[in-house]
Design a binder for this molecule. Structure first.
Ligand code: SAM
Length: 420
C-alpha cells in the first residue's frame, strides 16, 4: 500500500492493525485460490523421481544432468524446479567451475521425504492424498456439512473407503503404504517418548494394523514382545509382508460386520470363556434358546482368539478416528473383553484436538489434528478427530475405569485405557 494512502487511512481513524490485516489478506487470499498447486507440483516431483535421482547421483545436479537422467524436457523441468526451490523444497547452489558459476540442485530435509524409499519417505502418503479417488470426495464436503445424502466419500464412489479399497487393490496398497509412512515416524516417537507402555508385554494385538509396519517396528524395538498379531480386513492381512513373530489375521467381526468365513473357523467369547462357535450354538440350542449373533460378546477367528487370551495389550493405532462414537465404543468393548482385567490395557494412538489456547501453545504437529479432522469428514462416513473430553467419553462408555494421555513427538498422542 502506498505510504500516502496508509497515512490517509490512519488519519481517518482506521486502526493500524486493521490496515495491516487488510494488506496481509490481499496476499494470503492467493494461497486459497491456488492452494492445490503446491500439492500438485510435489506430486509431480515424486512421480518424476527428482529426489530419488539426486540421491542416486550422490551429489547436487545441474539442470541438464537432471533432465537427462529423468529423460524429460529441460525447460519444463526448470520451471518445476524454480517453483520447488522457491518453496525451499529443493536448494539451488552456485558452484564456480572455471570461474563460471553453475547452478546445481541439491536435496533438503523436505525433498528427502519425497523419495520413494527410506525411513523418512512420505511419498506414498502424498500420492494417496493427491490421488483422484481421495480428491473426489472433497467436492462433496459442503453437501456433507449440510447433512444432505451420504458421506462425501460414498457420494463420490458409491461405497465407503474400505469397500472401495477392497475392490481396488492398487488403491488398497497405496493406503497401506501411506499408513506405513506415518508408522515409520510415529513408532520411534512412541518408543522414545513412552516405551514404558510396553513394559512386560509379551503379546500384543494391533487392531487395524494395516500392512503390519508399526507392529514389525514395535516387536523389533521391544524385543521382550514375543508375538504380535496384526488384525485387519482380509484383503489387507492377506497381502501384508510375512515377518517372524508376527501373525497377520484377516477378519471383519471386530468392527461389528458379519463374518463370511466358515463357522468352523471361529470361536466365540461365551459365558466368560472362549469356545468353538459350533459348541456354543449347541449349548444354546440345548438350553432351548434360539441362536442370535448378539449373544456373543466377541467372535474371532480361531488363531486370534488363542492369542487374544494371552495378549495383555491391544493397540488401536490411527483407527478410531475413522469411526463414530458408538462404533468406537463397540470396538473398544471388544478389545476390553479380550484382555486380562488385572494386567491388560488398550493403547489408542490418535490425535487429540486441543482448545484454542492449547492449539497455539502445543507443538506445531498438533495443528495437523485439525487438518485430519477435515480429512475424516471427507474420507470417512462418520469419523472425526476428538478432544480430550470426547476421548474420555468413548473410553468410559466402553467400560474402562481409567485412562492416561501422553504427548509424543508425532501427530498422535498415546492414550492408555485400563479395564480396572
Ligand atoms: C487409517 S488405517 C490405520 C492403519 C494402521 N493402524 C496405521 O496407523 O498404520 C485404518 C485401518 O483399519 C482397517 N480396517 C477398516 N475396517 C476394518 C474392519 N472392519 N476390521 C478390521 N480392520 C479394519 C483398514 O484396513 C486400515 O488398515
Amino acid at each position: 500500500m502506498e505510504e500516502i494512502q496508509r497515512d490517509e487511512l490512519i488519519k481517518w481513524g482506521i486502526p493500524e492493525e486493521e490496515i495491516e490485516e487488510e494488506e496481509r489478506a490481499k496476499v494470503e487470499i492467493w494461497k486459497y485460490i491456488f492452494g492445490f498447486v503446491e500439492m500438485a507440483v510435489v506430486k509431480c516431483a515424486i512421480e518424476l523421481g527428482i529426489a530419488d535421482v539426486i540421491a542416486t547421483h550422490g551429489r547436487p545436479m545441474t539442470l541438464l544432468e537432471l533432465s537427462s537422467a529423468l529423460d524429460c524436457d529441460p525447460q519444463n523441468l526448470h520451471r518445476i524446479m524454480r517453483f520447488l526451490v522457491n518453496r525451499a523444497i529443493f536448494k539451488e547452489i552456485l558452484i564456480r567451475n572455471d570461474a563460471v558459476p553453475t547452478a546445481y540442485y541439491a536435496q533438503t530435509p523436505i525433498s528427502r521425504r519425497l523419495m520413494r524409499t527410506g525411513e523418512n519417505s512420505m511419498a506414498a502418503f502424498i500420492l494417496l492424498e493427491s490421488s483422484p479417488p481421495m480428491l473426489a470426495p472433497w467436492h462433496g464436503l459442503s453437501a456433507r456439512v449440510m447433512a444432505r445424502g451420504t458421506s462425501a466419500f460414498e457420494a463420490a464412489h458409491g461405497e465407503d473407503i474400505w469397500k472401495y479399497a477392497e475392490a481396488n487393490p492398487g488403491h488398497a496398497r497405496l493406503i497401506d503404504e501411506a499408513m506405513a509412512c506415518d508408522a515409520r515416524v510415529a513408532v520411534p516417537a512412541i518408543i522414545d517418548g513412552c516405551s514404558d507402555v510396553f513394559d512386560g508385554v509379551r503379546t500384543l494385538v494391533d487392531v487395524g494394523g494395516g500392512n503390519g509396519t508399526a507392529l514389525r517396528m514395535l516387536v523389533k524395538g521391544c524385543p521382550w514382545i514375543s508375538k504380535g498379531i496384526n488384525f485387519d480386513l482380509p484383503h489387507v492381512a492377506s497381502v501384508a509382508e510375512k515377518c517372524e513373530g508376527i501373525e497377520h489375521v484377516g477378519g471383519l467381526e471386530v468392527f461389528g460386520r458379519k463374518c463370511t468365513a466358515s463357522r468352523k473357523d471361529f470361536v466365540v467369547h461365551f459365558e466368560d470363556e472362549w469356545c468353538s462357535l459350533d459348541n456354543a450354538i449347541k449349548e444354546i440350542q440345548h438350553g432351548g434358546n434360539n441362536v442370535k449373533e448378539e449373544v456373543f460378546e466377541c467372535i474371532s477367528p480361531i488363531g486370534v482368539s488363542n492369542s487374544l487370551e494371552l495378549s495383555e495389550l491391544f493397540i488401536v493405532w490411527w483407527v478410531l478416528h475413522d469411526w463414530a462414537d458408538d462404533e468406537c465404543i463397540h470396538i473398544l468393548k471388544k478389545c476390553r473383553a479380550a484382555i486380562p482385567k488385572d494386567i491388560g490395557k488398550v493403547i489408542i494412538a490418535e490425535a487429540v484436538i486441543g482448545n484454542k489456547e492449547q492449539q497455539k501453545e502445543d507443538n506445531k504437529l498438533k495443528d495437523v489434528g485439525l487438518v485430519l479432522d477435515m480429512v475424516m469428514m471427507a474420507h470417512t462416513t462418520k469419523g472425526k478427530e476428538r478432544t480430550l473430553d470426547e476421548w474420555a467419553y468413548v473410553i468410559r462408555e466402553a467400560g474402562f475405569s481409567r485412562h492416561t494421555v501422553r504427548s509424543i513427538a508425532a501427530v498422535q498422542s498415546v492414550i492408555e485405557a485400563f479395564p480396572a
